[in-house]
Design a protein around this ligand. Structure first.
Ligand SMILES: O=c1nc[nH]c2c1ncn2[C@H]1C[C@H](O)[C@@H](COP(=O)(O)OP(=O)(O)OP(=O)(O)O)O1
Ligand SMILES: [Mg+2]
Length: 202
């Protein structure tokens, strides 16, 4: 099957390319599409709403089955922030570094044990045939006191995994892709697809 991976984020694109390959899903990205990909306003109150908004908008525009990913970080000591605002935590066009700097500043003085957090990923899939599919995954960790590692993207350098004694950015991609929120969401997504009779191998 052919699916449009409806994300402008290169980090997500790479991870999905790696994870979907063995499943026999042929992925098209927004860069494969002619013309400028439309921007979708992510003004939903939840990851689910934003993921669905993106999948619906790109399906409508390109007339292809589209899967979108809305994801982010929720930190317990910050009452769940940055949450759905993760990408623009430090402002509208904030870089990953800006967002990490803001996060560390907000958590200043809070010890590691109280810096529990999780990554959340919601995949929405819209193909115009049945109802949309919404699949969620999470990954537990703690916000480190300072960044380390250079794999991955986003908040990976400050997302510490106690069981590995490493940050997500210190895990090679194939290891991240076995434990991540995105992998867990994808497992749920594939289960939903096959329940619907859309065949996937692997
Ligand atoms: O595995 C991850 N490792 C580190 N950080 C992550 C991860 N997954 C999401 N994140 C962060 C990055 C960004 O600050 C926000 C996603 O925002 P989100 O709107 O879903 O993505 P985006 O705007 O970059 O691309 P797009 O909307 O085109 O898919 O959460
Ligand atoms: Mg976005």
């Amino acid at each position: 099957m052919k699916v449009l991976l409806a994300t402008k984020n290169r980090g997500k694109q790479k991870e999905y390319a790696m994870m979907l390959k063995p499943l026999g899903i042929q992925v098209l990205t927004l860069e494969d599409m002619p013309g400028e990909a439309p921007d979708v306003v992510e003004d939903g109150a939840t990851f689910e709403e934003n993921a669905l908004k993106k999948a619906e908008a790109y399906h409508r525009h390109y007339k292809l089955p589209a899967m979108a990913d809305d994801s982010g970080l929720t930190v317990d000591a910050l009452e769940g922030r940055p949450g759905v605002f993760s990408a623009r935590y430090a402002g509208e066009h904030a870089s990953d570094e800006d967002n990490i700097a803001k996060l560390l500043a907000e958590l200043e003085g809070i010890p590691l044990q109280q810096r529990t957090a999780r990554f959340i990923c919601v995949i929405a899939y819209v193909d115009g045939q049945g109802d949309p599919i919404i699949a969620k995954g999470s990954c537990e960790g703690q916000i480190a006191l300072q960044p380390s590692g250079s794999f991955g993207f986003g908040y990976d350098p400050v997302f510490y995994l106690p069981s590995f004694q490493k940050t997500m950015a210190q895990l090679p991609p194939e290891e991240k892709n076995r434990i991540s929120h995105r992998f867990n969401a994808l497992k749920n997504f594939v289960r939903n697809l096959s329940d619907r009779g859309i065949g996937i191998r692997g």
